[in-house]
Ligand binder design. Structure first.
Ligand SMILES: NC(=O)c1ccc[n+]([C@@H]2O[C@H](COP(=O)([O-])OP(=O)(O)OC[C@H]3O[C@@H](n4cnc5c(N)ncnc54)[C@H](O)[C@@H]3O)[C@@H](O)[C@H]2O)c1
Length: 317
């Protein structure tokens, strides 16, 4: 197996799962928004089953090395974050769109069986229809969303034109242990957890009435494994990966505050950011039908695990 972006947050959890299932895994990552901190242990423990190519998916030679001998490539490498893409749309496009094409070309040349692409719920934009169904017309509102949507179209085109079996998983707001909490682009859950653990009120963009389908990382990994192993032939289908439940930003802040033993700390408001959408909720019908996915871990359980992890790690820092 090859995992692009395997040093990152979701990629790292996917590598753990593949490794514990007995698979051999090669990770390619340029470490531009991650480090080897987590993978180092696996690389030292299992050098014959876990390998690492430090390089960009934009470099053909590095990619060739990474996919050699693999049957499936899980393509997660990307420049994440909507606000970052608004600041640097060019780099976002290069890595997320052109980079995806390079991964597909490498997979085709190496004769791989399947490409599983980490797509994004941001493709839906702000259409009021809920839940989001894959047949809806996409409406990207940021360079990030547009670049991730382009990746889906590339996966579909390479499936049809070259017979490369591909599938695009639209992840909905994934959270869990090891998601970066300290960057300016930190996602909602880690950013709230970090501030609450420090005894400060979390800061939210907008009035907190926006809602999200927060997906615990183990659920995203489960769907990703199912998509990689499904016997059926995929030809670029798009599949939502969420939980089918949404909570508001204000509600999730309260749930995190309770787990941090700071139930009285309510969030402070900052102006809403461009590119952010108001509501998000996944329809899981296609995921169930095509890859047999249903979430295994509830939001409450996921948040409990996640907050416990941040408490341990931030206490050490
Ligand atoms: N986290 C979410 O909620 C979410 C939601 C929807 C989609 N996704 C998608 O899932 C994937 C993983 O997201 P994540 O949250 O783990 O992000 P992440 O930033 O932790 O992981 C991305 C990894 O890609 C690597 N990378 C960036 N540019 C690269 C390049 N040119 N070559 C090689 N590696 C490169 C980074 O160093 C990082 O390790 C991404 O494709 C993202 O767009 C994530």
């Amino acid at each position: 197996m090859c995992v692009t972006g395997g040093a990152g947050f979701i990629g790292g959890h996917l590598v753990d799962a593949l490794h514990s299932l007995g698979a051999s895994v090669c990770v390619i990552d340029d470490l531009s928004s991650s480090s080897l901190e987590h993978l180092d242990e696996l690389l030292a423990m299992e050098p014959e089953r876990v390998s690492f190519v430090r390089g960009s998916i934009l470099e053909d030679a590095a990619l060739r090395d990474a996919v050699r001998g693999a049957s499936v490539v899980f393509h997660l490498a990307a420049i994440g974050s909507v606000p970052r893409s608004i600041e640097d749309p060019e780099r976002t496009w290069q890595v997320n769109a052109t980079g995806t094409m390079r991964v597909l070309q490498a997979a085709k040349a190496a004769g791989l069986e399947r490409v599983v692409y980490a797509a994004s719920s941001s493709a839906y934009g702000d259409s009021p229809t809920l839940p989001k169904v894959e047949s809806q017309v996409p409406a990207p509102r940021s360079p990030y969303a547009a670049s991730k949507l382009a990746g889906e179209h590339l996966v579909s085109a390479w499936s049809h034109a070259y017979g490369l079996s591909g599938v695009s998983l639209r992840y909905f707001n994934v959270f869990g242990p090891r998601q970066p909490a300290d960057s300016a682009y930190a996602a909602v859950v880690p950013s709230f957890a970090r501030r609450l653990i420090a005894g400060e009120p979390p800061t939210m963009f907008g009035d907190g009435s926006a809602s999200r389908d927060f997906t615990y990382v183990a659920n995203a990994v489960l769907a990703t494994l199912l998509a990689g192993s499904a016997r059926l032939r995929t030809s670029g289908e798009v599949v939502n990966v969420g939980t089918g439940r949404r909570v508001t930003i204000r509600e999730v802040a309260q749930m995190i505050a309770e787990r941090c033993n700071k139930p009285g700390l309510s969030p402070t408001e900052l102006p809403a950011r461009p590119g952010d959408v108001q509501h998000s909720l996944a329809s899981l019908e296609r995921a169930k039908e095509l890859i047999g996915y249903a979430p295994a871990i509830s939001l409450e359980e996921g948040l409990t695990e996640t907050v416990a992890w941040y408490m341990r790690v931030l206490a050490k820092a």
